[in-house]
Write a protein that binds this ligand. Structure first.
Ligand code: AMP
Length: 357
């Protein structure tokens, strides 16, 4: 099939890498002429809401998917008018684009979250702080990612500063959760409703950006996370890969957010499972049977942010696999990752790798 992807970043690139062996071809739409997926297909360079480019894409492809959340909903509606199937469903994208809608959806489905209050004015913020107490986290409702558009409020001065930086954008205030672990459930649902899950991924963030993921086996929270994620998948008649990020507090899981796409915390599935999240996403959106998600051992994944270590040194580490996205290095930019197949029952990154960064 010919698959259109809105977005030509590393996720689109890894989707294409998984899709070529199955005979698929790819057309990417991305405003950046140097989008890193471009070497694996045709690249249309245009803004995501450019109707000429969207019409061109619609003519060229059998199905459309996306590699990031901030694709305008109007673009998906336009593609639907052109009778091109779009997966995951646009309703999932719309919910994930707005933290208030997303959290309300979790709650409606009985999925626990941190307490939160919508903030549209200075008065709302005062009342929200009175209601939730400090510390709390203020987050813009839209366009926040990787820790951007959020402020940890510990003191009244933090509240004042965050309010002025918010600059009138709609937001939510969330109770601060002193979680024990952050885990993500990555699931895939096919067009027939068939659903499979990967082993939970245990995530560590630095400055709001994912730093490392450890795969788990027989995690005590696996069944609960799957049950919660299934509620979302079924409610949205979802097709494709989804990632739901949870905070674990005691024996409880609180859903933080979901991504209607393949996810950074699932990159370890390329080497670590029978069928990677990328292959399964493509199987789902093209209406094929899903592949098994069984694990092949213990895996750790480390993001390469801002600069690449020497390939020679990484590849000298037993069990290490290097992924270089071919992106120009810039501070704070994800430009690659390393997955390490670990011998131990509890995976951890070898110091030899951490020393390279
Ligand atoms: P988010 O953009 O919502 O995924 O937040 C980025 C990171 O900030 C999360 O992965 C957590 O490490 C942290 N974080 C977000 N919300 C909360 C919260 N309510 N309580 C504590 N930490 C949080």
């Amino acid at each position: 099939m010919i698959i259109g992807i809105l977005g030509g970043g590393q996720l689109a690139r890894m989707l294409a890498l998984a899709g070529h062996p199955m005979g698929h071809r790819f057309v990417f739409l991305d405003p950046a002429p140097d989008a890193c997926a471009a070497t694996l297909g045709e690249l249309l360079v245009a803004p995501y809401d450019d109707q000429n480019a969207l019409a061109q894409l619609a003519q060229k492809v059998d199905v459309v998917t996306f590699d990031f959340e901030n694709v305008p909903a109007t673009s998906l509606a336009f593609l639907a008018q052109k009778k091109v199937p779009v997966f995951p469903p646009p309703a999932a994208l719309q919910a994930a684009q707005d933290r208030l809608v997303e959290k309300n959806l979790f709650r409606q489905l009985g999925i626990a979250t941190a307490d939160y209050v919508a903030v549209a004015s200075r008065d709302d913020l005062t009342q929200a702080v009175a209601h939730l107490g400090l510390p709390a986290i203020l987050k813009t409702r839209t366009e926040g990612y990787d820790g951007k558009g959020q402020w940890l409020l510990r003191t009244q001065t933090d509240v004042e500063n965050a309010w002025s930086e918010l600059a009138g954008r709609a937001a939510i205030l969330e109770a601060f959760i002193a979680f024990e672990r952050e885990v993500s459930a990555i699931g895939v649902r096919g067009q027939s409703g068939e659903t499979l899950f990967y082993s939970l991924a245990e995530n560590t963030h630095r400055d709001g950006v994912l730093f490392q993921t450890l795969s788990t086996t027989n995690d005590p929270m696996q069944a609960r996370a799957e049950q919660q994620t299934s509620l979302l998948l079924n409610a949205l008649s979802y097709v494709g890969v989804i990632a739901v990020e949870f905070f674990q507090v005691g024996d409880n899981l609180l859903a933080n957010e979901f991504a209607p796409r393949v996810h950074n915390s699932g990159h370890w599935t390329i080497e670590g499972t029978e069928t990677s999240q990328f292959e399964n996403h493509l199987r789902a959106v093209t209406g094929q049977p899903l592949g098994q998600t069984s694990v092949r051992g213990h895996f750790a994944m480390l993001n390469l942010i801002g600069s690449m270590p020497e390939a020679q040194a990484v590849l000298a580490i037993p069990g290490a696999h290097l992924h270089d996205y071919g992106k120009a290095p810039r501070p704070g930019r994800k430009i690659g990752h390393v997955t390490v197949h670990c011998e131990d029952h509890t995976p951890s990154l070898p110091n030899t790798l951490l020393d390279l960064l």
